[in-house]
Design a protein. Structure first.
Length: 212
């Protein structure tokens, strides 16, 4: 069954890995904060197609991609009831949740699903919300992540509204240069708001131009 939720598997060296993740990947410097984050986090192993979050459901956990190379996608249901790809994640430390602000009653505006087998670091959203209110370092990092997310959202919407099919594809290659051979072409087309047929025609046109 496709819609299987993630499960966390305890590992003997989990705490050291989590602490190093928050220190080196997320950039937390305070030892006190590192200890709190480590004690309240776990590493989850996911199989491909497992769900991390569901659209319109309350966000109970904040998750981050543990290592670069694992791939996650996020999508929502469009007016026709089909899945519309919103973004991909493939870099260590990327937040894997469809929220724009950190508050107590967050709901996800996206469904987040593993594309490949992957590992994620998961922590209670309630704990992160409380810690961000108590600690400036955590608050600044959360604000930075939200700022990056907002900027990407702006650039993406601008691309969808103003670019030609070829320009849209070039945007994808710029934002996700490592992913073109690793994800389903149908998902790429959906992300670019193109039908699979239109996407195929665009690829053929691009290939013809290159071969001239």
């Amino acid at each position: 069954e496709k819609e299987k939720h993630m499960s966390c598997v305890p590992q003997s060296n989990e705490k050291d890995r989590i602490k190093n993740f928050y220190r080196k990947t997320i950039g937390i410097k305070s030892e006190e904060v590192l200890e709190k984050l480590t004690e309240n986090s776990s590493i989850c192993k996911l199989k491909a197609r497992m769900l991390i979050a569901r659209e319109n459901e309350k966000v109970k956990q904040i998750s981050f991609l543990y290592k670069t190379g694992d791939i996650v996608k996020a999508y929502y249901k469009n007016p026709k009831g089909k899945h519309q790809i919103h973004c991909f994640a493939h870099l260590a430390g990327e937040p894997l949740v469809g929220i724009m602000n950190l508050d107590r009653n967050m709901t996800s505006f996206l469904t987040v699903e593993a594309v490949t087998d992957c590992e994620i670091v998961s922590i209670s959203s309630t704990f992160i919300h409380r810690l961000a209110k108590e600690n400036l370092e955590v608050a600044l990092i959360c604000n930075r992540m939200q700022g990056v997310s907002s900027l990407r959202e702006y650039e993406y919407r601008k691309m969808i509204l103003t670019c030609t099919p070829m320009q849209k594809y070039e945007y994808f290659l710029k934002v996700y240069p490592e992913l073109i051979d690793k994800i389903n072409k149908k998902d790429v087309a959906s992300y670019l708001n193109m039908t699979p047929e239109c996407f195929s025609r665009m690829l053929k046109k691009k290939s013809d131009i290159i071969s001239r």
